[in-house]
Design a protein around this ligand. Structure first.
Ligand code: AVI
Length: 317
């Protein structure tokens, strides 16, 4: 997508999300501008947010077992390359039997792709694909050789930020591109007590609050909006029915905010919120059900004991 198309999509989503719905909402993908990506990196270091450390621990544990699941040469593709830090141990393990390794990083963010290339270039031939996840997988499925298996990495519980229906659709769409002997390694955060989850999304230092409020700053910068970040406060809520932590931006007063770049004015009641993210938490049984429904067979499961988090390997049947 060109920069102009991305800007236009942001304006359309802002207008629809802040003026046309009973519950105002913005898609979480807009968190990740330069500042948002830096704040997310800081979140991963917070004592309250154990998710990323758990993901890294489990990836390190399962990596040496991965080559045993594949008979063919493996081509690795990662959805949402991030910094590439977690991926190191997987590439190192695969290189033991396959010294010349191809790794495709799929991300819409050029900055993330560049960071990932410099982190992993010593371990594999790194090819960045600047496109959506599905476009990237479609492209690789079409141009891979018959003797190659695709191993798709979707780590960090990013699947949790999809709606339940969206996740099911997305996984089925990925499966439709794969062949028998291809695999998906999925990282997912597991359900745990709200007393642990709530501080993870509302930390004492206020880093997650800044990450959330940065959306307002982004609208000010990119759409000429007039948000006063201090007139909103960060909220994290545990939604028991959906097994999800929701993040909201709550208006502390009745106010109207002009957003010229989106061609609208957003009106807020005191206490009204913009819903900015849902982070779904799973059970191992729920994930197995999702795998079956999408047409995968669960082949391996590795769980972290300190912060319940699972890495699950699904093979295309
Ligand atoms: C990227 N994603 C898995 C994170 C999560 O935990 O849902 C994003 C995040 N939001 C607040 N803190 C971290």
């Amino acid at each position: 997508m060109t920069a102009a198309a991305l800007a236009n999509e942001f304006a359309i989503d802002v207008r629809a999300g802040l003026t046309e719905r009973a519950q105002k909402a913005l898609p979480p993908k807009y968190f990740y501008d330069g500042m948002g990506s830096a704040l997310f990196e800081a979140i991963t270091l917070l004592p309250e947010y154990g998710l990323t450390r758990a993901d890294e621990r489990v990836v390190r544990r399962c990596a040496p077992e991965l080559p045993g699941w594949f008979r063919n040469e493996v081509v690795v593709a990662e959805l949402g390359s991030g910094s590439g830090r977690k991926t190191r141990s997987i590439l190192e393990a695969l290189r033991v039997c396959q010294p010349a390794l191809d790794y495709y990083a799929i991300d819409v963010s050029r900055t993330a792709l560049e960071a990932c290339r410099s982190e992993l270039a010593a371990l594999a031939r790194v090819s960045p694909l600047e496109c959506t996840y599905l476009q990237g997988v479609r492209h690789l499925a079409a141009c891979r050789q018959p003797h190659q298996s695709l191993l798709i990495l979707f780590l960090g519980s990013t699947i949790g930020n999809f709606t339940k229906a969206g996740a099911a659709r997305f996984l089925a769409d990925i499966r439709a591109q794969l062949q028998p002997d291809d695999g998906l390694l999925l990282g997912a955060d597991l359900v745990k007590a709200p007393a642990i989850l709530l501080p993870a999304y509302d930390d004492a230092l206020g880093v997650t609050a800044a990450f959330n409020l940065n959306l307002l700053v982004r609208m000010n910068r990119e759409l000429g909006a007039c948000f006063e970040p201090r007139s909103f406060r960060h909220m994290a809520i545990w939604n028991e029915r959906e097994s999800a932590i929701e993040m909201h931006l709550c208006s502390v007063a009745k106010q109207e905010v002009a957003i010229p770049g989106a061609g609208c004015v957003a009106a807020f009641r005191e206490g009204e919120t913009i819903w900015t993210e849902a982070s779904h938490k799973y059970t191992a049984a729920g994930l197995r059900e999702m795998a079956g429904a999408a047409g995968f067979q669960v082949s391996g499961e590795w769980t972290d004991a300190r912060w319940p988090f699972v890495e699950t390997l699904w093979l295309a049947e």
